[in-house]
Structures are given as C-alpha cells and as structure tokens.
Design a protein around this ligand. Structure first.
Ligand code: ATP
Ligand code: MG
Length: 260
C-alpha cells in the first residue's frame, strides 16, 4: 500500500497547489510512482500539470458522486511524469450532492480501493476550506502536509486545522497523522519569519520540515506553462527546494522504518 498524503490548509493562497504539483514531480524524479488527486474545484493542480480543466470528460467529481471507476478517470501527464485525477468547477456541485449520499465522507477512500498498491505516493491537493471535499481527503489520507506562510495569522488558522484533524482522527480515521509542516514563500529577512518559526518548532517539534520553500518567481510562472518547476526550470531555487523537501520526506521515512 502506497502512502496517501493530503496537502491541506483552509487558508487560501498558502502554497498547497504549488506544493502538491512540485512535490509530486520531485518524488517522480526520485523514481517513485505518484498519483496527484485534484480535490479543488479551482482545478489549479490540473492546469498546473498541463491538463486542460475545461476539456475534461470525467473528473474527480464523477469519482465522488458517480459509480465511475477511478481508473477510468486518471490521466497520465506527459511532461510531469505522474498520474493525475483531474478536477474542475463540476466539483463544486459535489459538495451539495454529497449531502444526500450515505457514507459521504468516505467516498474518496472507497474509490481508492481499486488502485490499492499501484502507487508509491498519492498526494491530494485540497481546496481552501474545511468542507466535505477536504473531509473526504482527510478520511482517505494517512497523513497531512500543511503548507503555510510565516505570518501572524497563520498560527490562528492552524489551531482550527489541527482541531479538525483531531476530530477526524477521533471519529473517522484513527490513524491520520501530521506528516509535516512546510514553510512556503519563505523570506528570512522578514522579522515575523523568525518568530513564527520559533512558535512552530515549539508546538510541532520535528514535524516542522527543515526544508523551506523560498519565494521564487519560477514557482509562480511554471503553472501558466502547465509544468512543475522541475520541468520548467530545473535549476531554479524553487525546483531545488521541492527536490530537497522530497529528500527530507524520504529520509524521515527511512529513519522511521529502521526505528531510530
Ligand atoms: P488556494 O487556496 O487558492 O488553492 P494554494 O494554497 O493552493 O491556493 P498556490 O496556488 O500554490 O496556493 O499559491 C498561491 C499563489 O502564490 C500562486 O500564484 C502561486 O504561483 C504563488 N506561489 C506559491 N508558492 C510560491 C513561492 N514559493 N514563490 C513564489 N510564488 C509562489
Ligand atoms: Mg490550490
């Protein structure tokens, strides 16, 4: 069974999609097989992977609502090298329609059963809210990566997110854990950065990734070319930072597996 990781933060614009796309590409670069699931009606991870969200015959909406097998909806991505379960605005309707469906928070989890063992990593890009789509991701996942900017209000939002993760653990998915907190758009010159980092490491200890993602224009440009930064400009600081993140993740797993 591969590892299923939700990339989530209900705060908008913190780098969830940038992290999902670029971590997926970086894991592929280390010869892991990866599925990226777009769970956001904005479809940014879809477009950022070079798939036109306006031209989808089927999407993650059909997997959540319909009886469509996930295998019939997954696309390959030509350049990025991972598989994609794409999304577009159709997914907005799923939120409402799911309210009528039994086991509505388990739809994604059940859908993933048919691809059990097929991927080393499944990453789920979540929308910027704690809604039914995010809940489906948290029930399907084994762990959560939380991207965040080092701002004052970031910590406030984090409490709500951690409470939600604990609720899900208590009621729906007992083994859900925090994989790591990732500092994005990192600017060491900003005085708040140091303060927020100190608070994060106090509360989350070694769950806080040492790797930080710098503010880097290539990371912002790459999506408009439908490419991860690693494809768009592999020498960029942004691409290298996400490679380093993949490396840190894999090393942590090795350490955990030998029980050090
Ligand atoms: P949403 O909540 O809307 O889904 P998000 O959390 O997925 O947003 P992104 O879309 O990844 O956030 O990033 C928000 C914006 O910031 C995008 O325009 C993205 O290109 C840009 N961005 C993200 N990370 C960086 C970075 N490290 N350096 C520069 N720009 C970045
Ligand atoms: Mg996003």
């Amino acid at each position: 069974m591969g590892k299923i990781i939700a990339v989530t933060n209900q705060k908008g614009g913190v780098g969830k999609t940038t992290t999902s796309v670029n971590l997926a590409a970086s894991l592929v670069a280390t010869h892991r097989s990866v599925l990226l699931i777009d769970m956001d009606p904005q479809g940014n991870a879809t477009m950022g992977s070079g798939v036109d969200k306006h031209a989808l015959e089927r999407s993650s909406y059909d997997v959540l609502i319909g009886s469509v097998d996930i295998r019939d909806v997954i696309n390959g991505t030509e350049l990025a090298g991972y598989d994609l379960l794409p999304a577009n605005a159709d997914l907005t309707a799923a939120e409402v329609e799911l309210l009528q469906v039994p086991q509505r928070e388990r739809r994604l989890r059940e859908a993933l059963n048919s691809i059990n063992g097929r991927y080393d990593y499944i990453l789920i890009d979540c929308p910027p809210s704690l809604n039914m789509l995010t809940l489906n991701a948290l029930v399907a996942a084994q762990s959560v990566i939380i991207p965040m900017q080092c701002e004052y209000y970031a910590l406030e939002g984090l409490t709500a997110l951690v409470n939600t993760i604990e609720d899900v653990r208590d009621n729906l998915n007992p083994f859900l854990k925090i994989e790591g907190l990732l500092r994005t758009m990192y600017d060491p010159r900003n005085r708040l950065t140091g303060d927020v980092t100190a608070q994060l490491s106090k509360h989350f200890g070694d769950k806080l990734y040492r790797t930080v993602i710098p503010r880097n224009i290539r990371l912002a440009e790459a999506p408009s070319h439908g490419q991860p930064a690693l494809v768009y400009d592999k020498a960029s600081r942004g691409a290298k930072a996400y490679l380093a993140l993949a490396g840190e993740m894999l090393r942590r797993e090795e350490v955990a597996s030998v029980g050090v």
